[in-house]
Ligand binder design. Structure first.
Ligand code: PLP
Length: 394
Protein backbone atom coordinates (compact mmCIF):
# COMPACT_ATOMS: atom_id res chain seq x y z
CA UNK A 1 0.00 0.00 0.00
CA UNK A 2 1.39 3.42 -0.83
CA UNK A 3 1.66 5.86 2.05
CA UNK A 4 0.68 8.66 -0.34
CA UNK A 5 -3.04 7.94 -0.54
CA UNK A 6 -5.25 9.47 2.14
CA UNK A 7 -6.44 6.91 4.60
CA UNK A 8 -10.10 6.73 3.55
CA UNK A 9 -10.65 3.11 2.51
CA UNK A 10 -9.90 -0.23 4.18
CA UNK A 11 -8.83 -1.90 0.93
CA UNK A 12 -8.32 -5.55 0.10
CA UNK A 13 -4.74 -6.30 -0.92
CA UNK A 14 -5.84 -7.24 -4.48
CA UNK A 15 -4.83 -4.99 -7.41
CA UNK A 16 -7.47 -4.69 -10.14
CA UNK A 17 -5.97 -3.83 -13.52
CA UNK A 18 -8.44 -4.86 -16.24
CA UNK A 19 -12.14 -5.48 -16.82
CA UNK A 20 -14.22 -7.15 -19.49
CA UNK A 21 -17.98 -7.63 -19.39
CA UNK A 22 -18.98 -8.90 -15.95
CA UNK A 23 -15.37 -9.74 -15.01
CA UNK A 24 -12.51 -7.93 -13.32
CA UNK A 25 -8.89 -9.16 -13.48
CA UNK A 26 -6.11 -8.59 -10.97
CA UNK A 27 -2.43 -8.06 -11.73
CA UNK A 28 -1.77 -11.79 -11.38
CA UNK A 29 -4.41 -12.58 -14.02
CA UNK A 30 -7.02 -13.91 -11.57
CA UNK A 31 -10.63 -13.36 -12.70
CA UNK A 32 -13.42 -12.08 -10.43
CA UNK A 33 -17.11 -12.04 -11.27
CA UNK A 34 -18.05 -8.45 -10.46
CA UNK A 35 -21.36 -8.66 -8.61
CA UNK A 36 -20.91 -5.13 -7.22
CA UNK A 37 -19.97 -3.11 -10.36
CA UNK A 38 -17.90 -0.51 -8.54
CA UNK A 39 -20.89 -0.01 -6.23
CA UNK A 40 -23.62 0.19 -8.78
CA UNK A 41 -21.72 1.97 -11.54
CA UNK A 42 -20.81 -0.36 -14.42
CA UNK A 43 -24.31 -1.60 -15.27
CA UNK A 44 -23.26 -2.37 -18.84
CA UNK A 45 -20.22 -4.24 -17.61
CA UNK A 46 -16.59 -3.31 -18.05
CA UNK A 47 -15.33 -1.94 -21.36
CA UNK A 48 -18.63 -2.32 -23.21
CA UNK A 49 -17.59 -1.92 -26.85
CA UNK A 50 -20.16 0.83 -27.57
CA UNK A 51 -19.02 2.84 -24.53
CA UNK A 52 -15.32 2.40 -25.27
CA UNK A 53 -15.88 3.42 -28.92
CA UNK A 54 -17.91 6.49 -27.90
CA UNK A 55 -15.16 7.56 -25.46
CA UNK A 56 -12.44 7.11 -28.09
CA UNK A 57 -14.40 8.99 -30.73
CA UNK A 58 -15.34 11.83 -28.37
CA UNK A 59 -11.73 12.07 -27.16
CA UNK A 60 -10.75 12.88 -30.74
CA UNK A 61 -13.60 15.37 -31.20
CA UNK A 62 -14.16 17.47 -28.07
CA UNK A 63 -13.64 16.62 -24.42
CA UNK A 64 -14.60 19.80 -22.69
CA UNK A 65 -16.17 23.16 -23.36
CA UNK A 66 -17.24 25.69 -20.76
CA UNK A 67 -20.91 26.14 -19.97
CA UNK A 68 -20.73 29.68 -21.35
CA UNK A 69 -21.78 28.30 -24.73
CA UNK A 70 -24.34 25.71 -25.81
CA UNK A 71 -23.21 22.08 -25.67
CA UNK A 72 -25.35 20.03 -28.06
CA UNK A 73 -24.58 16.66 -26.40
CA UNK A 74 -25.64 18.10 -23.03
CA UNK A 75 -28.93 19.32 -24.48
CA UNK A 76 -29.50 15.95 -26.12
CA UNK A 77 -28.88 14.07 -22.87
CA UNK A 78 -31.20 16.44 -20.97
CA UNK A 79 -33.92 15.78 -23.58
CA UNK A 80 -33.48 11.98 -23.32
CA UNK A 81 -33.52 12.00 -19.51
CA UNK A 82 -36.58 14.26 -19.45
CA UNK A 83 -38.41 11.90 -21.83
CA UNK A 84 -37.49 8.81 -19.79
CA UNK A 85 -38.17 10.28 -16.35
CA UNK A 86 -41.10 12.66 -16.87
CA UNK A 87 -38.99 15.50 -15.48
CA UNK A 88 -38.71 18.87 -17.24
CA UNK A 89 -35.07 19.91 -16.84
CA UNK A 90 -31.59 18.62 -15.96
CA UNK A 91 -28.51 20.08 -14.31
CA UNK A 92 -25.35 18.06 -14.93
CA UNK A 93 -22.51 17.60 -12.45
CA UNK A 94 -19.87 14.96 -11.72
CA UNK A 95 -21.04 12.72 -8.90
CA UNK A 96 -23.95 11.61 -6.78
CA UNK A 97 -23.07 13.92 -3.91
CA UNK A 98 -23.02 16.90 -6.26
CA UNK A 99 -26.42 15.99 -7.65
CA UNK A 100 -27.71 16.01 -4.06
CA UNK A 101 -26.10 19.40 -3.39
CA UNK A 102 -28.04 20.74 -6.36
CA UNK A 103 -31.26 19.23 -4.95
CA UNK A 104 -30.59 20.81 -1.52
CA UNK A 105 -30.17 24.23 -3.15
CA UNK A 106 -33.46 23.76 -5.00
CA UNK A 107 -35.13 22.79 -1.70
CA UNK A 108 -33.83 25.91 0.02
CA UNK A 109 -34.89 28.19 -2.85
CA UNK A 110 -38.29 26.54 -2.76
CA UNK A 111 -38.51 27.01 1.01
CA UNK A 112 -37.63 30.68 0.78
CA UNK A 113 -40.29 31.06 -1.90
CA UNK A 114 -42.76 29.56 0.58
CA UNK A 115 -41.74 32.32 3.02
CA UNK A 116 -39.66 30.05 5.29
CA UNK A 117 -36.51 31.67 6.75
CA UNK A 118 -34.62 28.48 7.56
CA UNK A 119 -36.08 25.76 5.32
CA UNK A 120 -35.69 22.16 6.46
CA UNK A 121 -35.23 19.01 4.37
CA UNK A 122 -36.59 15.83 5.93
CA UNK A 123 -34.45 12.75 5.28
CA UNK A 124 -35.09 9.21 6.48
CA UNK A 125 -33.60 6.80 8.98
CA UNK A 126 -30.82 4.51 7.67
CA UNK A 127 -30.41 6.76 4.62
CA UNK A 128 -27.17 7.43 2.77
CA UNK A 129 -26.73 10.42 0.47
CA UNK A 130 -22.98 10.92 -0.04
CA UNK A 131 -19.92 12.43 1.59
CA UNK A 132 -19.98 16.21 1.23
CA UNK A 133 -20.81 18.11 4.42
CA UNK A 134 -24.42 18.68 3.40
CA UNK A 135 -24.75 15.07 2.21
CA UNK A 136 -23.47 13.63 5.49
CA UNK A 137 -25.85 15.97 7.31
CA UNK A 138 -28.75 14.46 5.33
CA UNK A 139 -27.40 10.93 5.84
CA UNK A 140 -28.64 9.04 8.89
CA UNK A 141 -25.42 7.51 10.17
CA UNK A 142 -23.55 8.53 13.30
CA UNK A 143 -20.48 6.75 11.89
CA UNK A 144 -20.52 8.79 8.67
CA UNK A 145 -21.06 12.05 10.58
CA UNK A 146 -18.69 11.53 13.53
CA UNK A 147 -15.88 14.05 13.75
CA UNK A 148 -17.29 16.40 11.12
CA UNK A 149 -19.44 18.50 13.42
CA UNK A 150 -20.80 21.09 13.15
CA UNK A 151 -23.07 19.51 10.58
CA UNK A 152 -24.89 21.62 8.02
CA UNK A 153 -28.16 22.83 9.55
CA UNK A 154 -31.51 22.39 7.83
CA UNK A 155 -31.96 18.61 7.96
CA UNK A 156 -34.56 16.73 10.01
CA UNK A 157 -34.97 12.97 10.34
CA UNK A 158 -38.08 10.83 10.04
CA UNK A 159 -38.40 7.04 10.16
CA UNK A 160 -38.07 5.14 6.84
CA UNK A 161 -41.24 3.70 5.32
CA UNK A 162 -43.54 5.56 7.73
CA UNK A 163 -45.83 8.07 6.04
CA UNK A 164 -47.73 8.80 9.27
CA UNK A 165 -44.48 10.10 10.82
CA UNK A 166 -44.19 12.62 7.98
CA UNK A 167 -47.73 13.81 8.62
CA UNK A 168 -46.92 14.23 12.33
CA UNK A 169 -43.85 16.30 11.42
CA UNK A 170 -46.01 18.44 9.13
CA UNK A 171 -48.42 19.08 12.01
CA UNK A 172 -45.58 20.01 14.39
CA UNK A 173 -43.58 22.31 12.12
CA UNK A 174 -44.08 24.95 9.49
CA UNK A 175 -40.52 25.17 8.18
CA UNK A 176 -40.29 22.04 6.01
CA UNK A 177 -39.53 22.52 2.32
CA UNK A 178 -38.80 19.00 1.06
CA UNK A 179 -38.64 15.27 1.75
CA UNK A 180 -35.58 13.36 0.57
CA UNK A 181 -35.63 9.58 0.20
CA UNK A 182 -34.03 6.66 -1.63
CA UNK A 183 -36.83 4.67 -3.30
CA UNK A 184 -34.84 1.59 -2.25
CA UNK A 185 -32.19 2.24 0.37
CA UNK A 186 -28.81 1.00 -0.85
CA UNK A 187 -26.19 1.49 1.86
CA UNK A 188 -28.97 1.11 4.44
CA UNK A 189 -29.31 -2.59 3.54
CA UNK A 190 -31.31 -2.80 0.27
CA UNK A 191 -34.46 -1.75 2.10
CA UNK A 192 -37.59 -1.74 -0.06
CA UNK A 193 -40.50 0.32 1.36
CA UNK A 194 -44.00 -1.19 1.39
CA UNK A 195 -46.12 -0.90 -1.76
CA UNK A 196 -47.96 2.39 -1.67
CA UNK A 197 -45.39 4.25 0.45
CA UNK A 198 -44.14 6.42 -2.40
CA UNK A 199 -47.71 7.33 -3.33
CA UNK A 200 -48.32 8.34 0.30
CA UNK A 201 -45.19 10.53 0.30
CA UNK A 202 -46.34 12.08 -2.99
CA UNK A 203 -49.73 12.92 -1.44
CA UNK A 204 -48.14 14.43 1.67
CA UNK A 205 -45.75 16.55 -0.39
CA UNK A 206 -48.67 17.82 -2.47
CA UNK A 207 -50.74 18.55 0.61
CA UNK A 208 -48.04 20.56 2.39
CA UNK A 209 -46.32 22.09 -0.64
CA UNK A 210 -43.04 20.19 -0.07
CA UNK A 211 -40.69 19.11 -2.83
CA UNK A 212 -40.50 15.33 -3.22
CA UNK A 213 -36.82 14.53 -3.84
CA UNK A 214 -35.95 10.99 -4.94
CA UNK A 215 -32.29 10.09 -4.56
CA UNK A 216 -31.94 7.60 -7.42
CA UNK A 217 -28.13 7.76 -7.48
CA UNK A 218 -28.01 4.03 -6.74
CA UNK A 219 -31.41 2.86 -7.99
CA UNK A 220 -31.58 4.91 -11.21
CA UNK A 221 -30.91 4.11 -14.85
CA UNK A 222 -32.31 0.62 -15.08
CA UNK A 223 -30.91 -1.19 -12.05
CA UNK A 224 -34.27 -2.03 -10.47
CA UNK A 225 -35.85 -3.19 -13.74
CA UNK A 226 -37.37 0.16 -14.63
CA UNK A 227 -35.57 3.30 -15.73
CA UNK A 228 -36.16 4.82 -12.30
CA UNK A 229 -37.26 3.01 -9.15
CA UNK A 230 -40.14 5.47 -8.51
CA UNK A 231 -41.68 4.27 -11.78
CA UNK A 232 -42.53 0.89 -10.23
CA UNK A 233 -45.25 2.77 -8.38
CA UNK A 234 -45.98 5.22 -11.18
CA UNK A 235 -44.82 8.11 -8.99
CA UNK A 236 -43.35 11.33 -10.35
CA UNK A 237 -41.17 13.10 -7.78
CA UNK A 238 -40.35 16.80 -8.16
CA UNK A 239 -36.59 16.23 -8.15
CA UNK A 240 -34.52 13.14 -9.04
CA UNK A 241 -30.79 12.82 -8.37
CA UNK A 242 -28.70 10.54 -10.57
CA UNK A 243 -25.06 9.48 -11.04
CA UNK A 244 -23.37 6.03 -10.96
CA UNK A 245 -24.87 3.94 -13.82
CA UNK A 246 -25.51 7.00 -16.00
CA UNK A 247 -21.79 7.09 -16.82
CA UNK A 248 -20.89 3.39 -16.55
CA UNK A 249 -17.57 4.47 -15.01
CA UNK A 250 -17.14 7.96 -16.48
CA UNK A 251 -17.98 10.48 -13.75
CA UNK A 252 -21.34 12.18 -14.30
CA UNK A 253 -24.17 13.27 -12.06
CA UNK A 254 -27.53 14.81 -12.87
CA UNK A 255 -30.23 16.58 -10.92
CA UNK A 256 -33.58 16.42 -12.73
CA UNK A 257 -36.45 18.70 -11.79
CA UNK A 258 -40.08 19.15 -12.72
CA UNK A 259 -42.64 21.94 -12.71
CA UNK A 260 -42.12 24.43 -9.85
CA UNK A 261 -38.79 22.81 -8.92
CA UNK A 262 -37.54 23.40 -12.45
CA UNK A 263 -38.33 27.11 -12.25
CA UNK A 264 -36.15 28.01 -9.27
CA UNK A 265 -32.70 28.53 -10.76
CA UNK A 266 -31.67 31.57 -12.76
CA UNK A 267 -28.18 32.12 -14.25
CA UNK A 268 -25.59 32.49 -11.52
CA UNK A 269 -27.42 30.42 -8.90
CA UNK A 270 -25.59 27.16 -9.57
CA UNK A 271 -22.82 25.77 -11.74
CA UNK A 272 -20.00 23.30 -12.26
CA UNK A 273 -16.85 23.62 -14.38
CA UNK A 274 -16.94 20.05 -15.68
CA UNK A 275 -20.66 19.40 -15.27
CA UNK A 276 -22.26 18.30 -18.54
CA UNK A 277 -19.08 18.28 -20.57
CA UNK A 278 -19.20 16.66 -24.01
CA UNK A 279 -17.33 13.50 -22.98
CA UNK A 280 -19.56 12.70 -20.00
CA UNK A 281 -22.74 13.50 -21.94
CA UNK A 282 -21.70 11.42 -24.94
CA UNK A 283 -21.17 8.49 -22.59
CA UNK A 284 -24.50 9.10 -20.84
CA UNK A 285 -26.29 9.13 -24.19
CA UNK A 286 -24.53 5.93 -25.25
CA UNK A 287 -25.50 4.21 -21.98
CA UNK A 288 -29.18 5.05 -22.56
CA UNK A 289 -28.95 4.01 -26.21
CA UNK A 290 -27.40 0.61 -25.39
CA UNK A 291 -29.96 -0.01 -22.63
CA UNK A 292 -32.82 0.67 -25.01
CA UNK A 293 -31.28 -1.07 -28.00
CA UNK A 294 -30.44 -4.27 -26.12
CA UNK A 295 -33.68 -4.52 -24.11
CA UNK A 296 -31.70 -4.36 -20.89
CA UNK A 297 -34.48 -3.05 -18.66
CA UNK A 298 -36.77 -6.01 -19.41
CA UNK A 299 -33.91 -8.46 -19.01
CA UNK A 300 -32.99 -6.90 -15.65
CA UNK A 301 -36.50 -7.41 -14.37
CA UNK A 302 -36.47 -11.04 -15.44
CA UNK A 303 -32.96 -11.76 -14.14
CA UNK A 304 -33.74 -10.13 -10.80
CA UNK A 305 -36.81 -12.35 -10.28
CA UNK A 306 -34.84 -15.42 -11.27
CA UNK A 307 -31.85 -14.68 -9.01
CA UNK A 308 -34.02 -13.83 -6.00
CA UNK A 309 -36.12 -16.96 -6.49
CA UNK A 310 -33.00 -19.13 -6.85
CA UNK A 311 -31.44 -17.58 -3.76
CA UNK A 312 -34.61 -18.17 -1.75
CA UNK A 313 -34.68 -21.77 -2.88
CA UNK A 314 -30.96 -22.36 -2.22
CA UNK A 315 -31.12 -20.72 1.21
CA UNK A 316 -34.53 -21.99 2.27
CA UNK A 317 -33.18 -24.32 4.95
CA UNK A 318 -30.65 -21.89 6.32
CA UNK A 319 -31.69 -20.64 9.76
CA UNK A 320 -29.59 -17.54 9.54
CA UNK A 321 -31.17 -16.06 6.42
CA UNK A 322 -33.77 -13.51 7.45
CA UNK A 323 -34.81 -12.28 3.99
CA UNK A 324 -33.90 -12.14 0.31
CA UNK A 325 -35.21 -8.88 -1.12
CA UNK A 326 -34.75 -6.22 -3.76
CA UNK A 327 -35.93 -5.19 -7.18
CA UNK A 328 -34.34 -5.97 -10.52
CA UNK A 329 -30.62 -6.44 -10.00
CA UNK A 330 -30.44 -4.56 -6.71
CA UNK A 331 -30.55 -7.48 -4.32
CA UNK A 332 -30.02 -7.90 -0.59
CA UNK A 333 -29.68 -11.07 1.48
CA UNK A 334 -30.19 -10.21 5.13
CA UNK A 335 -28.74 -12.58 7.70
CA UNK A 336 -29.48 -12.79 11.40
CA UNK A 337 -25.84 -12.03 12.25
CA UNK A 338 -23.18 -9.60 11.06
CA UNK A 339 -21.14 -11.12 8.24
CA UNK A 340 -18.49 -8.65 6.98
CA UNK A 341 -16.02 -11.55 6.56
CA UNK A 342 -18.05 -12.84 3.61
CA UNK A 343 -16.68 -10.07 1.37
CA UNK A 344 -13.15 -11.51 1.63
CA UNK A 345 -14.49 -15.07 1.45
CA UNK A 346 -16.27 -14.30 -1.84
CA UNK A 347 -13.21 -12.59 -3.25
CA UNK A 348 -11.15 -15.69 -2.56
CA UNK A 349 -13.81 -17.63 -4.47
CA UNK A 350 -13.52 -15.22 -7.42
CA UNK A 351 -16.52 -12.97 -6.84
CA UNK A 352 -16.92 -9.37 -5.71
CA UNK A 353 -19.89 -8.44 -3.54
CA UNK A 354 -20.30 -6.39 -0.40
CA UNK A 355 -22.06 -6.34 2.93
CA UNK A 356 -24.07 -3.34 4.11
CA UNK A 357 -25.64 -2.59 7.45
CA UNK A 358 -23.36 -5.26 8.91
CA UNK A 359 -25.59 -8.21 8.10
CA UNK A 360 -26.87 -7.76 4.54
CA UNK A 361 -25.09 -9.15 1.48
CA UNK A 362 -25.58 -6.62 -1.30
CA UNK A 363 -25.51 -7.63 -4.95
CA UNK A 364 -25.41 -5.05 -7.75
CA UNK A 365 -24.26 -7.15 -10.70
CA UNK A 366 -24.00 -5.77 -14.23
CA UNK A 367 -27.31 -5.81 -16.07
CA UNK A 368 -25.64 -7.61 -18.99
CA UNK A 369 -24.83 -10.87 -17.17
CA UNK A 370 -25.76 -14.11 -18.92
CA UNK A 371 -27.62 -16.99 -17.32
CA UNK A 372 -24.49 -18.88 -16.31
CA UNK A 373 -23.09 -15.78 -14.58
CA UNK A 374 -26.41 -15.34 -12.77
CA UNK A 375 -26.22 -18.99 -11.63
CA UNK A 376 -22.67 -18.47 -10.48
CA UNK A 377 -23.71 -15.50 -8.33
CA UNK A 378 -26.45 -17.60 -6.69
CA UNK A 379 -24.03 -20.47 -6.14
CA UNK A 380 -21.31 -18.27 -4.60
CA UNK A 381 -23.74 -16.45 -2.29
CA UNK A 382 -25.28 -19.76 -1.18
CA UNK A 383 -21.88 -21.22 -0.43
CA UNK A 384 -20.85 -18.01 1.34
CA UNK A 385 -23.86 -18.24 3.63
CA UNK A 386 -23.31 -21.98 4.18
CA UNK A 387 -19.70 -21.22 5.10
CA UNK A 388 -20.79 -19.26 8.15
CA UNK A 389 -20.33 -21.15 11.35
CA UNK A 390 -22.89 -19.27 13.36
CA UNK A 391 -24.52 -20.48 16.53
CA UNK A 392 -27.97 -21.95 15.77
CA UNK A 393 -30.71 -19.31 15.61
CA UNK A 394 -33.24 -19.38 18.45
N1 PLP B 1 -26.85 8.80 -2.89
C1 PLP B 1 -26.92 7.46 -2.84
C2 PLP B 1 -28.26 6.79 -2.67
C3 PLP B 1 -25.76 6.70 -2.94
O1 PLP B 1 -25.84 5.36 -2.87
C4 PLP B 1 -24.52 7.36 -3.11
C5 PLP B 1 -23.26 6.60 -3.18
O2 PLP B 1 -23.17 5.44 -2.85
C6 PLP B 1 -24.50 8.76 -3.17
C7 PLP B 1 -25.69 9.45 -3.07
C8 PLP B 1 -23.21 9.50 -3.35
O3 PLP B 1 -22.75 9.34 -4.64
P1 PLP B 1 -21.21 9.68 -4.99
O4 PLP B 1 -20.37 8.69 -4.28
O5 PLP B 1 -21.14 9.56 -6.51
O6 PLP B 1 -20.97 11.08 -4.55
Amino acid sequence: MTAHLMNTYARMPVKMVRGQGAWLYDDAGNAYLDALTGIGVCSLGHCHPAISAAIADQAGTLLHAANVARIPLQEELADRLAALSGMDQAFFCNSGAESLECAFKLARLHGHRMGINAPQVVSLSQSFHGRTLACISATDSAKVQAGFEPLVPGFLKAPFDDAAALVRLAEERDDIAAVLFEPIQGEGGVMVPHDGYLAEVRRICDQFGWLMIADEVQTGVGKTGDWFACQHEGILPDVITLAKALGNGVPIGACLARRKAAELFVPGKHGSTYGGNPLACRVGLTVLEVMEGEGIIERTRELGKRIRASLREALADHDHVREVRGRGLMIGVELTEDCPQLVGWAMEQGMIMNVTRGNTIRLLPPLIIDDSEADRIVDTVSRAVQSLRLPAAV
